[in-house]
Design a protein around this ligand. Structure first.
Ligand code: PLP
Length: 379
């Protein structure tokens, strides 16, 4: 139960055991065309979803280099380790940044973004994060859309895609970045960028992407009929993604979001019932992972280490400046209420072992209460 890479449904595992497909054969091009159209529905866009071989950071890097050249300036609106990654990618590429760096554990302040842009009206691109996986906080993208005016707005949804609702076209987000290994229930190795017409036009005028990360080249590959790719794709990952998207669509996106809402609520309830202090304010949409501070007297990665050693439940510690200070329980992707119950049970037993004032059953009961309140049919 870490926030990525996440567990795979059995049929996605099985799809990975298929014989390798030749990427120019009909078997693959049909699968690929179906995958691209399903991705469009999951990104909630009528625009193009470009698929790149690489991790989520590769897809982020593609957004930076396709939207800005060395010497140009962009605004980075961050509130944690992954938001700060935008700044690192831009700076390494010689792109200047205006950095609105919010407090870790709180969402980005749209007013601070608007104020920074008022001081630098020449900036045309704003890079931010939907769910900041290092803290579990989800940013208010509609408010950020409002704050940035008509500039190109890029949202990293690597962890929030197919977990937290993000109607890209309706909210007018120009670029949404995704990755295969979280809500999409596929192994790591595929990055995605959904790009609208405005962003494509901007990239033609401003991009300096080089060969491999070029949106234009990727797009030209994908737009062939039958659908193809610019380079040899990781055919096995595509087959697995195809199956995972089938499962997501069979469940139905609204139900997928609702399931994550219930799981997030249940996990936060357990954390609260165990007297732990969550990072960030209560947010019904913060459903990628549940983050809490180490209780007083508990050092470093003690809780993740004991949960794994004693009960085989794998949770994550902190990242970057929060390393060794906190715990994150992931619940994005192929999770059901029993997983939260299991994690809560393991957590409370570890807290008991550490001598904290917790009664076995406190966390589990809180999870059950949320599930009971959610009514029948909770997965
Ligand atoms: C919000 C967010 N952005 C970007 C990334 C980076 O993705 P990757 O590790 O696949 O490069 C992650 C991965 O944890 C993430 O959660």
């Amino acid at each position: 139960m870490v926030p990525g890479p996440t567990a795979l449904p059995p049929s996605v595992v099985a799809a990975g055991a298929r014989p390798i497909l030749y990427h120019r054969a009909d078997e693959f091009t049909t699968l690929w065309a179906e995958t691209l159209s399903a991705l469009g529905r999951v990104f909630q866009t009528g625009g193009e979803v470009l698929v790149l071989t690489g991790s989520g950071s590769g897809a982020m890097a593609s957004a930076v280099v396709n939207l800005a050249r060395p010497g140009e300036r962009v605004l980075v609106a961050s509130c944690g380790a992954f938001g700060d990654r935008w700044a690192e990618i831009a700076v390494e590429g010689g792109i200047g940044i205006r950095h609105v760096a919010g407090e870790w554990g709180r969402p980005v302040d749209p007013d601070a973004v608007a104020a920074a842009l008022a001081e630098e009206p020449g900036i045309g691109v704003v890079l931010t994060t939907q769910c900041e996986t290092s803290t579990g906080v989800v940013n208010d993208l509609p408010a950020l859309r409002e704050a940035v005016g008509d500039r190109i707005l890029v949202a990293d949804a690597v962890s929030g895609l197919a977990v937290v609702d993000l109607p890209m076209d309706r909210w007018g987000i120009d670029v949404v970045v995704g990755g295969s290994q979280k809500g999409l229930m596929t192994p790591p190795g595929l990055g995605m960028v959904a790009v609208n017409e405005r962003a494509l036009a901007w990239s033609e005028a401003h991009g300096d992407p080089g060969y491999l990360l070029s949106w234009a080249r990727t797009r030209a590959g994908q737009n062939q009929l039958p659908r193809r790719t610019a380079f040899t794709p990781p055919v096995t990952l595509v087959a697995q993604l195809h199956e995972a998207l089938r499962l997501i669509e069979a469940e139905g996106l609204p139900r997928v979001y609702e399931r994550h809402r219930v799981l997030g609520r249940a996990c936060r309830a357990a954390v609260g019932a165990l007297g732990l202090t969550p990072l960030g304010a209560e947010d019904p949409e913060a459903n990628v992972c549940t983050a809490f501070w180490n209780p007083p007297g508990v050092e470093g990665e003690t809780i993740p280490r004991l949960m794994k050693a004693r009960f085989g439940v794998e949770v994550a510690g902190g990242q970057g400046r929060l390393a060794g200070r906190m715990v994150r329980i992931g619940h994005c992707g192929w999770y059901a209420w029993g997983d939260i119950l299991n994690a809560a049970g393991a957590l409370e037993l570890v807290l008991v072992e550490l001598g904290l004032p917790v009664e076995p059953g406190d966390g589990v009961r809180a999870v059950q209460r949320v599930i009971a309140d959610a009514g029948p049919g909770v997965p």
